[in-house]
Design a binder for this molecule. Structure first.
Ligand code: G
Ligand code: G
Ligand code: MN
Ligand code: NA
Length: 253
């Protein structure tokens, strides 16, 4: 039995599902975005987290059709929320390096937007620094086209990818997402200094900033004092299935 075959079957049998985690403006107290995260409801093993199968999906290339499925699923769902006036926010999807290899990402994104009717600014692609830096010319070309269409782009896990800061201004991104490791250790003076500097870089390059992995009120207070207002983490909300999120919106708007 091959894992590639398993993943292919899972896709055909609709065993994948999407959960959504809120991005919260801690000053206005409103949801300003959602991150879509993949889950695999395995008929025998229960819910499998992406940490376990994404590496295999990337190795086998199955991540590409899975992400295409996700693009359609997420755009369709976000259009429903928008039309029902539940929420009108951008939903982000994580992009593997593989997504920039074939050169057809633009077409697939455009198709998902057209089919769902979703406005491009309600879709965001999360890329990591390493994706942006490897094969930079090609990646930047594809991202620029997507940005022209109106799709948003964020740099995920920022601060951990050893990106060359000298190139940061050449990558077309709207938002820097401060990696969880800095938030987790934000009591340390050195980590606080790094957070503060990431916020300054974002501000100076006219980018927005989101803090990831926020779990405590101390972290929230610190981040606010450093000028970061948008936060994502278990303190505000865990990744939730659509049904649960409906209730969450009712309680949090
Ligand atoms: O949701 P969770 O914390 O279990 O995710 C674990 C890892 O899997 C994270 O690094 C996250 O970015 C990644 N991940 C979750 N969903 C997707 C997805 O749809 N595509 C890709 N490429 N990565 C994902
Ligand atoms: O790599 P990426 O940033 O996409 O990964 C997001 C992952 O982080 C998701 O799997 C999500 O479950 C997890 N996550 C989100 N908020 C928190 C948090 O507050 N604490 C911890 N430990 N993990 C979180
Ligand atoms: Mn992410
Ligand atoms: Na991250």
């Amino acid at each position: 039995m091959s894992l590639e075959k398993d993943l292919r079957k899972a896709l055909a049998r609709s065993e994948f599902m999407v959960v959504y985690q809120p991005k919260w403006d801690s000053l206005l107290n409103v949801t300003v975005g959602l991150e879509a995260l993949l889950r695999w409801r395995h008929p025998e093993h229960g819910v499998i987290s992406p940490g376990e199968f994404i590496p295999i999906a990337e190795e086998t290339g199955m991540i590409v059709p899975i992400t295409y499925w996700m693009l359609h699923e997420v755009c369709g769902q976000n259009m429903l929320w928008h039309q029902a006036k539940v929420a009108s926010v951008a939903v982000s999807i994580n992009m593997s390096a593989r997504m920039f290899e074939g050169g057809s990402l633009y077409e697939v994104v455009e198709e998902a937007l057209t089919r769902s009717g979703l406005a491009p600014h309600f879709l965001e692609l999360e890329i990591t620094e390493s994706i942006a830096m490897n094969n930079m010319e090609e990646t930047v070309a594809q991202l620029s086209k997507l940005r022209e269409l109106g799709v948003r782009v964020s740099l995920d896990d920022f601060g951990t990818g050893f990106s060359s800061l000298g190139n940061l201004d050449e990558i077309p991104v709207n938002t820097l997402k401060i990696d969880q490791v800095f938030i987790r250790k934000s009591k340390m003076h050195s980590k606080k200094a790094i957070i503060s500097n990431i916020i300054a870089i974002a501000s100076n390059l006219n980018m927005e900033v989101v803090a990831e992995g926020v779990e405590t009120t101390e972290q929230i207070e610190l981040l606010q004092s450093l000028g970061c207002r948008v936060m994502q983490g278990f303190y505000y909300g865990r990744p939730m299935p659509v049904k649960e999120l409906g209730q969450w919106f009712i309680e949090n708007t």
